[in-house]
Design a protein around this ligand. Sequence first.
Ligand code: AHM
Ligand code: MG
Length: 347
Amino acid sequence: HSADAFRTDLMTITRFVLNEQSKYPESRGDFTILLSHIVLGCKFVCSAVNKAGLAKLIGLAGETNVQASCQGEEQKKLDVLSNEVFVKALVSSGRTVTQIFLQCILVSEEDEEATFVESSLRGRYCVVFDPLDGSSNIDCGVSIGTIFGIYTVKDDGEPALDDVLQPGKNMVAAGYCMYGSSCTLVISTGGGVNGFTLDPSLGEFILTHPDIKIPKKGKIYSVNEGNAKNWDGPTAKYVEKCKFPKDGSSPKSLRYIGSMVADVHRTLLYGGIFLYPADKKSPNGKLRVLYEVFPMSFLMEQAGGQAFTGKQRALDLLPTNIHERSPIFLGSYDDVEEIIALYAAEE
Ligand code: AHM
Ligand code: MG
């Protein structure tokens, strides 16, 4: 197997994107440069996340002062750090106009504003992202991730929030990077979905999951069942059906990590459905439209699945606020179809 151990025809993400770009002769390479800055951000966060775990181990071995530096404090730093890394990487790429990022711990959600890049560094792209989603999972080593979506500006005028308050179907690309047992970057530029795994020895993302297609129907459902008492009728009925199917089929398995990137990644590869529904306490669910719901819905559709809000196709939603939330049901085509039918029956 020596030939396998040293494959020399590696398809790196850079090569892959350049190949894609060559299909569009009018392209100026801006997107490739923008993406390479996102990739750099992902590598940086990956390394920081790994080091955070290591710092903790050193702490357990009795290093002084670790309590302050490795608990709460360190975790906070990781959130802020990830944010800073992406903002700086994107601004310096000189290809973006507006960026929205989640400053989860600096200010209240209502006060979070979009960053407008100074005019000399402006480009044509707008990036919406969650630099470190699921960060409550850092302390126990559960997978976390970065989620991003990319729009182009609407026109040549001054950039405005309107440039990012566009339906998800207008995105030109979307993806996520999962910091798990390996570092995996999954991306779509509108022509299918491809997955790349970071080879730490090369520092390069290598194409490992070409043209990902989600199974048409799955055997797994993924939801926070602790909220069941506040669910609406269709969600409750759907989950009941998963557990006690009446058509003779086997019950579905429940898998819920509580880290969106990891739950969606599993759904994409194994099939099934991921739900973050509305409930009586949170009528719009929990997840954010621009940088959680849209990118994941974009990837699902590109992989042959569906994404539904309980009212409409998720990618048709027109956000009016940059931090807006929406219920979301996404995954295998047939499974989401069942949820759509239950909501239609409700009307
Ligand atoms: P965060 O952006 O504050 O990290 O919250 C988002 C996370 C998602 O990763 C995950 O799907 C969801 O919250 C889990 O929420 P819950 O704990 O309510 O099930
Ligand atoms: Mg988040």
